[in-house]
Design a protein around this ligand. Sequence first.
Ligand code: HEM
Ligand code: HEM
Length: 212
Amino acid sequence: MTKVWDGFIRGFHWLLVVGITVLYFSGEEGWLDLHFVVGYLLLALMITRMIWGIIGSDTAKLSSLFHHPKHIFAALKSKFSYAGHNPAGSVMVLLFFVLVFTQLISGLMTTDDILMEGPLVTYISYELAEIAGDIHRLNIDILLVAIAIHIVAIMVYRVKGVNLIKPLLTGKNDIDTAAPRMRKGWVAYVIFLLLVAFILYVWGLEPLNALL
Ligand code: HEM
Ligand code: HEM
């Protein structure tokens, strides 16, 4: 067994799942204080993931997510155990990063026209805030479709005999390639906590006080 996912990537994934679930329901229900606070936590998490994509383990590297289309199609058919995301999975991961950042940034520019407005609304025109709100309400549906495809793809791999979930829980896998270079996940969690403190201090005190 070789270590393929460090502690941060594993924690990141399941925190992302919980975060998006809470944001979806709080958005739909109009519980916007909770929505804003969790939105800021998710923003800190995603920024940490990008930093970890530069300084983190080999399997976390953003540069390892770009592949030639030939390899992407080949990976769809193979049962090869990769260290990290396979080239087809990498496309999905990149798509998630774009969709989640689109949701976060459009949220920062969205207002409910009553009580709550994202912290960037003050700096932009009313028209732009309206467009951001439309993007925020449309992009969530695209994100939901992407999540559905992601889960079906993981199930298809399982049927083919490739268990992708276990490595993402335990961090270890039997791989057919050389062991990747790993970094200590706690470093990323320190970066995450510093970003959480900073973003909540700058933008989050009001919704946080309303919640507590
Ligand atoms: C809100 C829902 C979800 C989102 C947004 C999401 C997003 C992601 C992202 C961004 C990655 C890449 C991780 C990284 O490199 O940082 C990933 C990988 C993965 N996800 Fe999810 N995920 C979701 C739900 C799930 C669920 C419910 C499962 C289990 C059934 C799952 C199983 C996996 C697995 C196994 C991988 C690793 C794939 C591989 O080995 O290449 N995900 N997911
Ligand atoms: C990935 C992160 C996020 C997700 C998944 C998400 C999801 C949602 C959803 C599903 C809604 C309901 C839309 C509807 O009424 O159809 C919503 C509304 C809203 N979100 Fe987010 N959101 C996210 C991040 C943010 C952030 C960071 C902010 C601002 C700090 C924000 C601000 C708002 C506002 C102001 C509304 C109310 C818009 C309205 O009244 O139409 N969101 N969000």
